[in-house]
Every structure is written in C-alpha cells, then in structure tokens.
Write a protein that binds this ligand. Structure first.
Ligand code: C2E
Ligand code: CA
Ligand code: CA
Length: 521
C-alpha cells in the first residue's frame, strides 16, 4: 500500500505540474481553472479519502487518540471542501487546513516529548514532570504500575507495539486515570484517589486479564497512597525495589508496611548472615524446674544473636525471617551444635540436668534429611540421644506433616524424645498431640496466664491436664512468673515449671553456675 500511495502521489504531482492551468483575473479576484486545478482537487480528494481509510484500518495499531485526531482533521477538511464547492465565497478549505495543523501540533507532536510518537501515549518524561508537580504541590495520589510479560514468544504474531497499543487503549478508558507509557511494556496510571485506583484495578484484573492472559502475564504494583514514599525519585524506585517480591504473584500492594517491611527484611537477612559467619550466634539456657524432684532437671536452649555492638537481639526479631529465607537451616544446625558442645564439655548430668530441650522450626522439619543430619551431629559430639528433647509445633500442610512424621520416627528410633511446644496458642492443639508421638506437652505462656484470668480457662486447663496425664504424657507449664502461679500449677499436677520466677534464659556459664548452686542442696 505504501508503494501505491507513493506512486499515486508522484503521478498527482507530475499531473499538477505539467497539465495546463488557466487564470481568471478580475481586479482583486483571482480564480484558477483548467485541467491542473481539476487534478489538484482530484488528488487531494484521493489523499483525504485514503488517509481516512488508513486511519480506520489502523484500528488497534495506532492509538485511539491519534486516529481520532486524524479523522477529525481530515473530516473537517472534507466537509470544508464540500461546503466550498457550493459556496465558493466562503474559502473554508484554508481555514480547515490551518485547523488541522493546530490539531496535529497539539495532539500528536509536542516540543517537550511528553507524548510518545509511536503510540501517542504520554511518556516517562511526562510522568516525571507530572509526579514532580504532584509532589511539589503536596497533592496525594494513587497509582498502578502495570507491565506485561509475553508468555510464548513464537506464538505471538502481533507486534509488541500492537499489544502495547491495545493495552494502552484499554487503560485510557479506565475512569479517573492518566496513563503513561513508561517503557515498551510498562505503564503507570495515576489516579486522584485510592478508590478510583482500586476500581480500576478490579477492571484490569477481570477484563484486561481475561482478554490477554495467558498470552501475556500482567503484573501490577498498587500504590494506594503516594505518601508511602517522599519524592519522585523514591517513587520511580518502587518498581525495581519490589520486583523480586512479585515473583509468582499477580499484584503487590505497596503500602507503608511493605516499604518498611522490605528494608527491615533485607537488613535482618544480612544480620543473620553475618552473625552465622562471624560466630555471633549465642545459645542461652532457661532452667526448667522438676516439681517431683524439686530441682532443675532440664533446660530449654533459646537462641540469641549478638550484634556487632555487642547487644543481644531476641529470636522473635530474626527467627521468622530466618524461616522465610531458609537461613533457619544453617542457623538451626549451629544452635544444635552449641547444645551438643555444652553437653560434651560439661557433664551436666552430674549437675542434675538430664536433658536439653531444643526448638525446631517447622521449616527445618520440611527437610527430609533433618533426622540424618541431626543424628550425624550427635554422633560427632558423642551425645547420647536421651540427652536431647526436640520441641516441635503444629504444621498446617499435610505434606509437611508427612515429612515431619518420617523425621520424627527416625529420631525416635534413634532415642531422641519430643515435646509439643506452644500448646494453647492455636499453633498446637488437642487433635494434634493425640496422633503425634510426643512425650511432653508444653503449655504456652499465654495458656498458663489465661488460667488466672477466667473461670472458663480454668475449666479448660483442668480437663486438659487430667486428659494429658491419662495419656501418660508429661506437662511443662511455661511463663510462670509469680509464686502464686507456681503454687497453682504445682497443685494442678503440672510436672515441670519454666519461667521468669526461677530464671530468664541465661548464657551458658551463668546457667551452669545456676544449676550448680540450685541443685546442690
Ligand atoms: P518458645 O519456644 O515458646 O520459648 C519460650 C519463650 O518464652 C522464650 O522467649 C522465653 O524467654 C520466654 N519466657 C520464658 N519464661 C517466661 C516468663 O516467665 N515470662 C515471659 N514473659 N516470657 C517467658 P524467647 O527466648 O524470646 O524466644 C521466643 C521464641 O523464639 C521461642 O518461643 C521460639 O519459638 C523461638 N526460638 C527461640 N530459640 C529458638 C531456636 O533455637 N530455634 C528455633 N527454631 N526457634 C527458637
Ligand atoms: Ca520452645
Ligand atoms: Ca513455648
């Protein structure tokens, strides 16, 4: 078609140039006529009509905005010519041509490169200008950062530009949004309110995804409030910053918590990493009191990290992240080694301590090799398995439970015993310990405290205690802080007491000193 248009245009020019033209001059009036003039009108008509046809035909290829501009310009021109044909005195064609120039300049071209020449969308430059204006004027806004990823390259015949144009057209139709094409496959849509943004995302999620998935993957980051970051630079940084977070997800809500959470997550991951490599992982021990024997017959190993300044970081700050990053595996091994090391270097049995309780997270039990790894460590340190008690909590997934059971069976066969931790928190419940091969149930701090708060909790506690006893299991009550709590738990028939009343978790040497003195009498 390009060639046809080119040849037609050339023929037109030659015709106009070589065909004879006549003038009629009467004072101020000049009127041209003859074959050249007719050729001019004819070829102009061809030009206008073919432009209109092309504009209509390019549906989906050129943006709506460009096509609309072209159709408006050419339509005006055609109308003006028709009118002038019947009322030659009006001279409308010249005005229509001028109007067309202005229209094209305003809509399609612009000196600041605010509009993309290919697709007719606002550009990344325009976005920066606009965001600068919004932040400087203190205006809040909401935004969607949307991009698409082609799934199967060879299956797609249409070009990326074609796809981008179609998506841009769709986005332009969303209520309240201003669309910017940030790069070839990325758009930013700015809204005045988060409500508009949410409504738009709902449309994208249903309509746009329906239309294009699975051919392309559409990913979105939603910023409901522009104040989560402070300026344009930070705003533009959001995309790269959160990109890894979107792995496997369709969208991500970038809110205050996410911005804060992400940086803290990275910091903690680094902190754990360096603590493991610089030997700053420390295991504290909390003595556990044996009611019947009236001495401290065991202890729970509780990990801490010492930061570079020497301050102690509690496990609540890093264990959940270590579980997410998988660092709990090397960390858990280091903790277990330190426990075995204590047992090997000090004869704690002589001090009256029969075994040490070690916490294992659900993630550790996801490893099929856990049992053999831990058995290998015990052999390396020559630790009899009866000196170790592993604390576990409930897992939700059945597959994890299957691997947990396999690991537990191997370890129990080897001679290790298990405690069910956090009973009464929702992480460990009645139905769970019924079929788990555990010897000890540990009442969570909160469960212990609840007993003193309500009549109902008292009933629950009393029947749980008698049920556990009938099953032949033992009970540790955690979180005992006062004499009253101690006496009540003892009278209930709890076997072991753990809590600040006796001691907080303390460093290794302090712990040895503690049991040496307390168990002496
Ligand atoms: P947990 O296993 O339930 O450990 C008991 C927590 O209660 C400990 O907190 C302990 O210091 C605290 N506690 C003990 N007695 C009292 C008391 O009388 N009053 C109060 N208010 N608190 C008491 P800690 O050491 O901060 O550990 C928190 C959690 O971190 C542990 O809860 C456990 O889930 C996890 N954790 C600690 N060490 C390890 C570890 O080596 N491996 C794994 N996987 N998780 C660990
Ligand atoms: Ca525990
Ligand atoms: Ca516990």
């Amino acid at each position: 078609m390009k060639r046809v248009y080119f040849i037609t245009a050339m023929v037109g020019l030659v015709c106009i140039a070589v065909l004879p033209i006549h003038y009629y001059i009467n004072g101020m009036t000049v009127y041209s006529y003859g074959p050249s003039t007719i050729a001019t009108y004819l070829f102009t008509l061809i030009f206008i009509i073919s432009t209109i046809i092309e504009a209509v035909r390019s549906h989906g290829l050129a943006s709506k905005r460009r096509r609309r501009t072209i159709l408006l310009w050419q339509g005006t021109w055609l109308l003006a010519a028709l009118i002038q044909l019947f009322f030659p005195n009006l001279l409308l064609v010249g005005i229509a041509a001028a109007f067309g120039m202005v229209l094209i300049y305003a809509e399609l071209e612009n000196p600041h490169e605010g509009v993309d020449r290919m697709t007719g969308q606002y550009t990344a430059n325009a976005l920066i200008d606009y965001l600068n204006y919004l932040y400087n004027a203190g205006k809040t806004f909401a935004a969607i950062d949307l991009w698409f990823i082609r799934q199967n390259r060879d299956k797609i015949v249409k070009s990326d530009t074609h796809l981008a144009t179609q998506i841009a057209d769709y986005l332009n139709g969303l209520a309240g949004g201003i669309v910017f094409r940030v790069s070839g496959d990325q758009f930013a849509i700015i809204f005045q309110t988060s409500l508009e943004m949410e409504a738009a995302y709902e449309c994208i999620d249903s309509e746009l995804r329906n239309r294009f998935e699975p051919m392309i993957d559409i990913k979105c980051m939603l910023v409901a409030d522009s104040r989560v970051v402070n300026n344009v630079n930070e705003f533009l940084h959001i995309h790269n910053y959160f990109l890894p977070e979107l792995e496997g997800k369709k969208y991500l809500m970038v809110d205050q918590a996410a911005v804060k959470g992400i940086s803290e997550y990275a910091k903690t991951r680094e902190m754990i990493e360096s603590a493991i490599s610089d030997d700053r992982v420390e295991v504290f021990f909390q003595p556990i009191y044996d009611v019947k024997e009236n001495k401290f017959s065991s202890a729970e190993a509780l990990v801490r990290i010492r930061d570079k300044e020497g301050n102690i970081i509690p496990p609540g700050r890093f264990i959940p992240i270590a579980e997410e990053t998988g660092q709990i595996i090397p960390l858990g091994e280091e903790i277990f080694r330190q426990v075995c090391d204590l047992r090997k270097k000090e004869d704690i049995t002589l001090l009256g301590v029969r075994y040490i309780e070690v916490n294992l997270s659900v993630v550790q039990f996801d490893q099929e090799s856990l049992a053999s790894d831990f058995i290998a460590i015990m052999k390396e340190y020559q630790i009899p398995p009866s000196k170790i008690n592993l604390e576990i909590t409930e897992t939700a997934s059945t597959n994890a439970k299957r691997i947990l059971m396999l690991n537990m069976t191997s370890l129990i066969d080897y001679g290790v015993r298990f405690s069910l931790d956090d009973f009464g928190t929702g992480r460990s419940n009645l139905d769970y310990f019924v079929d788990m091969p555990v010897d000890i149930i540990k009442f969570d701090n909160g469960f212990t405290w609840a007993y003193f708060k309500s009549q109902k909790a008292r009933c629950v506690m009393e029947s749980v205690v008698s049920m556990v006893k009938r099953m032949g299991l033992q009970i540790v009550s955690e979180g005992v802080e006062t004499k009253e709590q101690l006496e009540t738990m003892c009278s209930l028939g709890v076997d072991y007491i753990q809590g600040y009343y006796f001691s907080k978790p303390i460093p290794r040497e302090e712990f040895l000193e503690f049991v040496r003195i307390k168990n002496a009498g």
